[in-house]
Design a protein around this ligand. Structure first.
Ligand SMILES: O=C(O)CCC(=O)C(=O)O
Ligand SMILES: [Fe+2]
Length: 285
């Protein structure tokens, strides 16, 4: 049996624009998958040495000379990937997409060694960068030169959950009521053993209206808008090595390097805006 080779089509374009994500199924050739696994598995040991048992990422990988960057560069140079990114993102970028423009960001996501864990539900930047000027994020939410993120799975990966279509709109009443305050609370795991923590994380994932679990197979490439509601849910027994990257335009690179933050206050913090303060007050009547 030969492995099917990936080719982009209209479905990827419509999924990305309508749902906020699309999957390039089986993008990685087997030889490249093998080389990437070898380097990513070395990276897991480095991440745990540096950050302990609960380490969940190593980023940027180019900062670790022990890792051979060649397979990661081979991924960037895959003709099928360039073609696909340009088909899906090219019109919005108004210029050819340069996959390597994110080389200084590319990382790898790993499973924690000891305890289950889930990130909070969030839209990146808006909810997880305290101090961001949300009016600026609002202006860019629909601009496809910004907020493009990648999870490329080297092992089967069902950690990522999304709310399809949420990248196109503001929060629904159900979403606002589920997470009325900032910072957004993650699952309550304090004092739980490994099994209870796993169940609590899953209940948290499912508690979001419209939540959808993304299932990636080894070699799949997920392109998504990190402006949609999403999270990562991790169990120690689910081996994970997923390349985590952006697709950077010059505009998004500039935003990343100097995000629009509120000025620092006297106490050294920046105001963490609640995007729904006015809407929640209006709903409460
Ligand atoms: O682990 C994942 O797939 C998602 C991670 C994530 O959302 C984040 O790091 O902001
Ligand atoms: Fe995120």
């Amino acid at each position: 049996m030969t492995v099917m080779t990936f080719a982009v089509d209209d479905r990827h374009f419509t999924d990305y624009h309508q749902l906020g994500f699309c999957v390039f199924r089986g993008l990685l050739p087997t030889a490249l998958l093998r080389d990437l696994r070898r380097e990513a598995d070395k990276g897991r040991a480095i991440a745990r040495r540096l950050a302990g048992d609960q380490a969940q990422r190593l980023q940027p990988i180019q900062a670790y000379p022990e890792l051979d960057m060649r397979p990661f560069d081979d991924l960037y140079d895959l003709p099928a990937l360039r073609t696909a990114l340009n088909r899906v993102l090219g019109p919005g970028f108004r210029a050819p997409v340069d996959p390597r423009a994110s080389r200084d960001l590319m990382g790898v996501l790993y499973e924690p060694a000891a305890m289950p864990w889930a990130t909070c539900w969030h839209r990146d930047w808006r909810d997880n960068v305290p101090g961001l000027q949300l009016a600026e994020w609002d202006k860019l939410q629909l601009d496809t030169r910004y907020f493009n993120q990648v999870n490329c799975a080297l092992y089967d990966d069902d950690c990522t959950w999304v709310v399809p279509g949420s990248h196109l709109r503001r929060d629904t009443a159900g979403e606002m009521h589920r997470f009325p305050t900032r910072p957004i609370a993650g699952p309550a795991l304090e004092g739980l053993d490994v099994d209870d923590a796993e169940r609590a994380c899953m209940a948290y994932c499912e508690s979001m209206p419209g939540a959808h679990q993304v299932h990636l197979h080894a070699g799949d490439y997920l392109l998504y808008r990190n402006s949609l509601w999403h999270l990562g849910n991790y169990a120690p027994y689910k081996r994970r090595a997923t390349i985590h990257d952006g697709v950077m335009s010059p505009e998004f690179s500039a935003f990343w390097k100097a995000p629009p933050l509120h000025p620092v206050r006297e106490d050294g913090s920046r105001p963490h805006e609640n995007p729904n303060e006015a809407a929640l007050a209006a709903l409460a009547g």
